[in-house]
Design a protein around this ligand. Structure first.
Ligand code: NAI
Length: 208
C-alpha cells in the first residue's frame, strides 16, 4: 500500500518541536511529555501526539518522551542529521546578514557559495564561512559542480523568479525566498517564504 502523504502543516510543526527539544537538552533535561511540549509551544498535547504518530511510536504511555531519542528521530525525519550545502544569491544588506548568521550551522545548513551581479560585490569575502562572492553567471555551473540542492534568494523581487529558474536548472530542490514575491517552480521543487510584511499584515487584521 502506498504511504499516505503527511500534511505539510504537520511537517511545518516538526522543526518547532525540534527547536523546543534543543532547548530542553540545553536545560539538561532527559524526559518530556506531549503536555509539557504543548504548554511550551502553545499547541495542544493531542496535536503533538497526533503529529508524531504519523512517524511512529516515540513515547510510552505514562513515561513520556526520551528527549535525546525524539530529537534524533525528528532530525532524521527532517533530514537535518547531516549538513546541507546552501547557495545564497544576493549579497546585499539582507544577504550579508544571512551569510553572517551563525544559526544555520549546527542546525544542518552551511552557506558555501554566494552570488551577486554587482561588480562591487563580486570577489568580496563574506559571512561566517568566508565565502568569496561569485558572479551570478556562475550560479548554475557551481550548483551542479558542487551538488548543491538548497538555495536562498535575497535579491530584489523582480529578479527572484529568474534566479529561481536558474537554481532549478542547476539542480536545486529547495528554495528559501526572502524576496517579497511568489515564485513558480516545477513539481518536486519546494519553496518557503520569509516575508515579515505578510506576518505583520496577518496580525493587523486582528487589531482594533
Ligand atoms: P540590497 O539592494 O541591499 O541587496 C540586493 C542584492 O542583490 C544586491 O547586492 C544586488 O547587487 C543583488 N542583485 C540584484 N539583482 C541580482 C541578480 N539578478 N543576480 C544576483 N544578484 C542580484 O537589498 P536588501 O535590503 O538586501 O534586500 C534584498 C531582498 O530581500 C529584497 O527583495 C527585499 O525586499 C528582501 N528583504 C526581505 C526581508 C525579509 O525579512 N524577508 C528583509 C529585508 C529585505
Amino acid at each position: 500500500m502506498a504511504k499516505r502523504a503527511i500534511p505539510d502543516i504537520v511537517i511545518g510543526r516538526l522543526p518547532v518541536y525540534l527547536r523546543a527539544l534543543n532547548f530542553l537538552v540545553a536545560e539538561g533535561r532527559q524526559v518530556t511529555s506531549s503536555q509539557e511540549l504543548g504548554d511550551r509551544l502553545g499547541i495542544s498535547s493531542a496535536q503533538i501526539r497526533k503529529d508524531l504518530s504519523h512517524f511512529g511510536e516515540f513515547g510510552k504511555q505514562g513515561t513520556g518522551y526520551d528527549i535525546a531519542f525524539l530529537r534524533q528521530q525528528l532530525s532524521e525525519i527532517l533530514k537535518v542529521n547531516r549538513m546541507w550545502d546552501v547557495a545564497l544569491v544576493g549579497a546585499g544588506n539582507l544577504g550579508k546578514a544571512i551569510a553572517d548568521y551563525p544559526g544555520f550551522v549546527g542546525k544542518g545548513f552551511n552557506i558555501i557559495a554566494i552570488f551577486d551581479n554587482d561588480p562591487a560585490k563580486i570577489g568580496q569575502i563574506m559571512g561566517i564561512n568566508h565565502v568569496t562572492v561569485q558572479p551570478v553567471e556562475e550560479l548554475e555551473r557551481t550548483l551542479r559542480e558542487r551538488g548543491i540542492v538548497v538555495g536562498i534568494i535575497a535579491t530584489p523581487a523582480e529578479h527572484a523568479q529568474a534566479i529561481a529558474r536558474t537554481m532549478v536548472e542547476g539542480g536545486v530542490k529547495a528554495i528559501l525566498n526572502y524576496a517579497p514575491i511568489t515564485i513558480m517552480v516545477p513539481p518536486g521543487v519546494h519553496v518557503q517564504y520569509i516575508d515579515p510584511v505578510v506576518g505583520l499584515q496577518r496580525m493587523t487584521y486582528y487589531l482594533a
